[in-house]
Write a protein that binds this ligand. Structure first.
Ligand code: PBG
Length: 337
């Protein structure tokens, strides 16, 4: 054991290495690279021009053609993958969210076009029913509004298969139902998709930071609180996240995700040190919006704060980070700023 307190001042001055830019670079322990980032993209059918999302400054809903240009830009900046999220009109929503597995649905169409036009760009697709249900819950509900686990898993399997058939590289169940990873893995193997990766949102917390996202995908128009506490994790818990991860790995997950990111870095770190498996963090809509809103009011430098929050995820042990700021950060890294 090294005695960290054994050093003698002034022989040991930790500030010496911090004196110049070059020596700070030499001793830097972690770096944020564009290849650590995943860019979420919001899609909406039949848009003639991009549509601003009020609660997410600088983020838009795109039609598939414009989304492709966005994907191309990401690829040029060395961002390896994008995550697609659909915004469907109320007319396509139903009580049990069956639009989720429509072969001709928005996401399924988008996957095919992305894979055709940008085959090298990794495609992550969200597995959950909330953009497709009238009530905005991630699954099928009973008369009391309780989200039914096993009934929901059956629909999630159909949704995941429809994405894999269209060509998705990584399906990412974000619904927190029990047993969904195993059921999806089994179905993928059986239907001939042994290489479709599963990124499980293993530790997804019932956070209040998802509000802007719910506006973006039109899953909660009135911004009233949709209670997801009966399936998403309690923000007070950390040991439980290890059980979730363990379970998902047993069921065949290839990578796991913690969400939100910054307030849950202890969870990222604990998962990394316990399991040594690929772990991602999701800087969610509310985290992004807080930084942007403060930046717009001149209260802080949004680019620098964004970078600081993302490098913190990497330092905590995240191999990759979802961020709405991915393009902005990748451009900044390229320019050497
Ligand atoms: C859908 C889903 C959500 C997010 C990603 N997938 C919302 C939710 O669970 O309510 C949130 C992403 C964000 O806030 O940026 N299940």
């Amino acid at each position: 054991m090294i005695d960290l307190n054994g050093g003698q001042f002034p022989e040991i001055r930790l500030r010496r290495n911090r004196t110049d830019k070059f020596s700070r670079a030499l001793v830097r322990e972690n770096v944020l690279l564009p290849s650590n980032l995943i860019l979420p993209i919001f899609l909406k059918d039949s848009l003639t021009k991009r549509e601003a999302i009020k609660s997410l400054p600088d983020i838009y809903r795109f039609n598939i053609d414009e989304a492709l240009l966005h994907g191309e830009e990401a690829l040029k900046l060395n961002i390896p993958a994008v995550a697609l999220f659909p915004c469907v009109p109320s007319s396509k929503k139903s009580f049990n969210g069956s639009e989720a597995f429509n072969e001709e649905g928005l996401i399924q169409k988008a996957i095919k076009l992305f894979k055709k036009n940008l085959p090298e760009l990794g495609l992550v697709t969200d597995i959950a029913l909330d953009p497709f249900t009238i009530h905005g819950q991630d699954g099928i509900i009973d008369d009391d509004g309780y989200v039914l686990n096993d009934e929901t898993v059956k629909v999630l399997v159909r949704q995941a298969l429809s994405h894999a058939e269209a060509g998705a590289d990584i399906v990412a169940p974000s619904d927190m139902m029990d047993g969904r990873i195993g059921a999806i893995r089994y179905a993928l193997e059986k239907k001939g998709f042994p290489n479709t990766r599963i990124l499980s949102y293993s530790a997804k917390y019932a956070s209040n930071l998802y509000g802007p996202f719910r506006e973006a995908v039109n899953s909660n128009k009135k911004l009233e609180k949709i209670d997801k506490a009966s399936y998403q994790m309690d923000p007070s818990n950390i040991r439980e996240s290890l059980r979730e991860v363990w379970q998902d790995l047993q069921e065949g997950a290839d990578m796991v995700l913690v969400k939100p990111a910054l307030p849950y870095l202890d969870v990222v770190s604990s998962i990394k040190s316990n399991f040594k498996v690929p772990v991602g963090a999701y800087q969610v809509s509310g985290e992004y919006a807080m930084i942007k809103a403060a930046g717009q009011r001149g209260l802080l430098n949004e680019h620098e704060v964004m970078h600081e929050c993302l490098i913190s995820c990497v330092r905590a042990g995240a191999d990759f980070v979802f961020s709405y700021g991915a393009l902005e950060i990748a451009k900044q890294l390229k320019s050497g700023a």
